[in-house]
Design a protein around this ligand. Structure first.
Ligand SMILES: Cc1ncc(COP(=O)(O)O)c(C=O)c1O
Length: 437
């Protein structure tokens, strides 16, 4: 007898549980009864193997800003595919994408390709060390810069860190890397400047997510980092892996009006294919330049598949689509309707809920703490309620990552938002019944 779609999905999940470490791709695990195996996506929707349709607000954790299977991306990849997948020599698509990035990114005189956001921030920090001859870096509590050993300090602490020290987030991170990573609370300009001044002689870089997860930078915070790093010759790195080409064409640099020395890009920059970018000022980027200095003076940051033509062609296509007039106002309007509708529905059902962030990427947090300025403020959110609400959304056909972010694509339609807000209302109603409100 043929298996039903639901049985096929159950069998695939059972196999995944056996052959994939942890049964999935990483930290993000749904309860077994709501777990999905995605069969396909189209625009703002995905379908699982069991045949259920979802409106997707996870978007592959952000890269699918154009929506799934966008014809421009599909065409660009299809045109490149028969010509070969990778050469490890220069190719036209990679040069063209670099040219467009240098045009679009305020801080960029040149770019360097990597395969993932993790590699981009890892090498940006190495370049800063080489450029300054100093070893330490400063990051902010609650900031996510990927999985390398220098990023995983003070990312998700349960309580405030003993600044500038912090605890490692992952088991297996060498304690010695923590000696080179200082951690400060986000949005506290006075404290950050004080710490940076104190450690200026040993600081190579200050790395910051300008929109830290769902926390907006307060007026003056990024400018204060810009001023103090410039004063001491410290490399200011904006991690724009989430914000780049999403919250504005020129990312956070355009939106918040502060230009760093170096910025890292990933996710949306290559239309959902695996490519990331380090973009920066010519003298910092020159640390990678093997034409004018001996090997031992050059930062090593090369990988087999970097800048491969398929990802680069997809990147060019993505930028073509995003560069069209009206894209960003429309994206923001979609996100704004969602944020306002979610908060309105939650409040109507008796919950204290906020939707912090930008319109194109925001969170939903059950907390009365206002304003939400830093990671410790975010820890006041009721994660159990957040999880239960997200599970109600999943049951009703919204694909979301509990207690994380809602990503909005340019493919989300007004009808998607209408349907989403109906689901949101039903999910809050169910939650209110569960918790007796
Ligand atoms: C701000 C930021 N930086 C870096 C990364 C790491 O990128 P990747 O997952 O491609 O390694 C992420 C991933 O979510 C991110 O959100």
């Amino acid at each position: 007898m043929n298996a039903t779609p639901a049985q096929r999905q159950a069998a695939l999940l059972a196999t995944a549980g056996r052959v994939l470490a942890g049964g999935g791709l990483g930290l993000f695990v749904l309860p077994p009864e709501l777990n999905v195996v995605v069969a396909r996506g189209e625009g703002s929707h995905v379908w699982d193997v069991a045949g259920r349709e979802y409106i997707d607000y996870h978007l592959g954790s952000g890269p699918v800003l154009l929506g799934h299977g966008h014809p421009a991306i599909t065409r660009a990849v299809a045109e490149q595919l028969p010509k070969g997948t990778t050469y490890y020599f220069l190719n036209e698509a990679e040069i063209e994408l670099a040219r467009r990035l240098v045009d679009a990114v305020p801080c960029a005189d040149a770019v360097h390709y990597t395969g993932s956001g993790t590699e981009a921030t890892f090498y940006a920090l190495r370049m800063a060390r080489a450029f300054t001859g100093r070893e330490k870096v400063l990051k902010f509590e609650g900031a996510w810069h990927g999985m390398h050993d220098y990023g995983l300090w003070g990312t998700v602490p349960a309580a405030a860190s003993p600044y500038p020290r912090a605890a490692p987030d992952s088991i297996g991170v060498p304690a010695a890397t923590g000696d080179t990573v200082l951690v400060a609370p986000f949005n506290d300009a006075t404290r950050a400047v004080e710490l940076i001044e104190q450690h200026a002689h040993e600081l190579a870089a200050v790395i910051v997510e300008p929109l830290q997860r769902v926390l907006l930078p307060e007026p003056g915070f990024l400018a204060a980092l810009r001023a103090v790093t410039a004063k001491h010759g410290i490399v200011l790195v904006f991690d724009e892996i989430v914000t780049g080409f999403r919250i504005a064409w020129g990312g956070a640099q355009e939106k918040y009006g502060v230009v760093p020395d170096v910025a890292t890009y990933g996710k949306a920059v290559s239309g959902g294919l695996p490519l990331a970018v380090i973009a920066g000022r010519h003298d910092v980027m020159a640390t990678l330049d093997a034409r004018h200095q001996p090997r031992e003076r050059v930062v090593w940051a090369t990988h087999t598949l970097n800048g491969n033509p398929i990802c680069a062609a997809a990147g060019c296509a993505a930028l073509d689509v995003l560069g069209a007039p009206g894209v960003y106002p429309r994206l923001a309007a979609t996100g704004r309707r969602l944020r306002e509708g979610i908060v309105e529905a939650g409040t109507r059902h008796g919950f204290t809920v906020q939707a912090p962030g930008e319109d194109a990427v925001f969170g939903v947090r059950f907390t009365a703490r206002r304003p939400l300025r830093n990671w410790i403020d975010l820890t006041t959110a009721d994660k159990d309620l957040g999880l239960r609400w997200a599970l109600e959304l999943l049951r009703r056909g919204l694909l979301v990552n509990p207690n994380e972010k809602f990503y909005v694509s340019i493919a989300h339609s007004d009808a998607d938002v209408d349907r989403t807000l109906d689901v949101v209302d039903a999910a809050f109603a169910a939650l209110a019944r569960e918790v007796g409100r």
